[in-house]
Design a protein around this ligand. Structure first.
Ligand SMILES: *[C@@H]1O[C@H](CO)[C@@H](O)[C@H](O)[C@H]1NC(C)=O
Ligand SMILES: *[C@@H]1O[C@H](CO)[C@@H](O)[C@H](O)[C@H]1NC(C)=O
Ligand SMILES: *[C@@H]1O[C@H](CO)[C@@H](O)[C@H](O)[C@H]1NC(C)=O
Length: 246
């Protein structure tokens, strides 16, 4: 099945997991964590399993602990992919949740954050969430962007991004294989005014940064490495904005 890797290792969703809580901001329910007084905010965009995935919330908590107000918006509107629902196969689900379409919904969220005093916003997307990130980057609605094992992303999507972008891909990935990552790298190289970083993680598969087994030390280590690079990217590019503002 095309895109089957996007649906592998389904998490057990838990509406009350994580240190944070859910609020409605800009018209969208979001899991929020970290200090609401932070001057930088990060949006994490989920994969097909949505914002109740405990590991996604754990990653959000980890990013928040480095000094950000972190939001995981529910762009799936409480309708994540359900592998148990056999009457709604992935292709049918995907029709209702076309990748990237919901990026407009991030606009009022970002506006609400700015009104609260946030001076710069970074965004990272996993899998299905990647296209929302490239759309936000095209529209320059954020100041830094990260894709982790992206799906449904084309070379044109990457070419259109107008903000710093880091792309973390897996060696074993039929959706964004290393050959495609190489093309991403090439088009970004032709745009030196946009800072970019492309890395293929060896010996890992699509989904490794989010749908990993936390009890497997090797898997947890590889995921942790990806999270670290993502956080560093935000530090690098959002701090630059702070230096301009203050
Ligand atoms: C959901 O998360 C809460 C808070 O971390 C935890 O207490 C509870 O046991 C979890 N439920 C399940 C079914 O894992
Ligand atoms: C399965 O998906 C259909 C929509 O295709 C929905 O009407 C139905 O309620 C879902 N079933 C369950 C058990 O969630
Ligand atoms: C690659 O991953 C497999 C499965 O997780 C593991 O058994 C193997 O040791 C890894 N190889 C390297 C070179 O890390």
């Amino acid at each position: 099945m095309v895109g089957g890797e996007c649906y592998s290792n389904a998490p057990i969703l838990n509406a009350s997991s994580g240190f944070g809580h859910v609020i409605n901001i800009g018209g969208v329910n979001s899991y929020v964590t970290g200090s609401p007084l932070a001057i930088f905010a990060i949006l994490l965009v989920s994969d097909v399993y949505g914002f109740k995935a405990p590991l996604l919330r754990k990653i959000a908590d980890k990013v928040a602990a480095t000094g950000y107000y972190v939001l995981v918006p529910d762009f799936l509107h409480d309708d994540p992919y359900d592998p148990k629902n056999l009457t709604r196969p992935t292709a049918v689900w995907l029709k209702d949740h076309e990748p990237g379409k919901d990026f407009e919904e991030a606009k009022p969220i970002i506006e609400a954050l700015k009104r609260k005093g946030v001076s710069a916003v970074g965004v990272a997307g996993f899998c299905w969430g990647a296209k929302i990130v490239t759309n936000l980057g095209k529209a320059k609605l954020v100041q830094a962007s990260v894709l982790l094992h992206p799906s449904y992303i084309t070379v044109d999507d990457i070419r259109g991004v107008n903000v710093p972008i880091a792309i973390l891909g897996a060696q074993h990935d039929s959706l964004s294989p290393p050959t495609l990552l190489k093309q991403f790298k090439q088009v970004l190289k032709a745009k030196p005014e946009i800072d970019s970083y492309v890395k293929v993680f060896p010996n890992v598969s699509h989904g490794w940064a989010l749908r990993y087994d936390p009890k497997n030390p090797k898997a947890a280590k590889a995921a942790g490495k990806a999270h670290k690079i993502m956080i560093k990217w935000f530090h690098k590019h959002l701090k630059k904005v702070r230096n301009l503002v203050f």
